[in-house]
Design a binder for this molecule. Sequence first.
Ligand code: DAT
Ligand code: MG
Length: 151
Amino acid sequence: EQVDETYIMVKPDGVQRGLVGEIISRFEKKGFKLTGLKLFQCPKELAEEHYKDLKAKPFFPGLIDYITSGPVVCMAWEGVGVVASARKLIGSTDPLKAEPGTIRGDLAVQTGRNVVHGSDSPENGKREIGLWFKEGELCQWTPAQAPWLRE
Ligand code: DAT
Ligand code: MG
């Protein structure tokens, strides 16, 4: 099967609230492969490029202020079906509508403070990993558990 990549980011509220380990854990336990990880203070230009499709939205300036308001944790994850599966683990954009058991459903209460980002398509996964990581910041490796995750 096709192996995809997704860009997952703990937003500044997740970092400030001490949820970094909890959020990383959800993806780690599921069985996806971590290929990139860093704590990073995002410049305004990068936040605007990342969210460029939302530029016309009334909440765009607030979104950019929020994402640049403190450090974020940038992650690249790899696996078969990882993009759609990560979106399910994350839950709906509005945390009050997100199912219990999802990250937003369990850990957040408002759309404007929804603790985590996940790419919405394999194409955007690639695009966003390219935006947030430099060459040499990603690792290709074989997890020891690989044969115990997929037959
Ligand atoms: P998602 O993050 O679930 O992919 P999105 O791509 O539609 O959602 O929007 C990106 C982020 O923008 C979202 O996580 C929070 C913010 N946002 C979206 N809709 C919003 C709204 N109506 N009010 C405030 N912030 C919003
Ligand atoms: Mg989105």
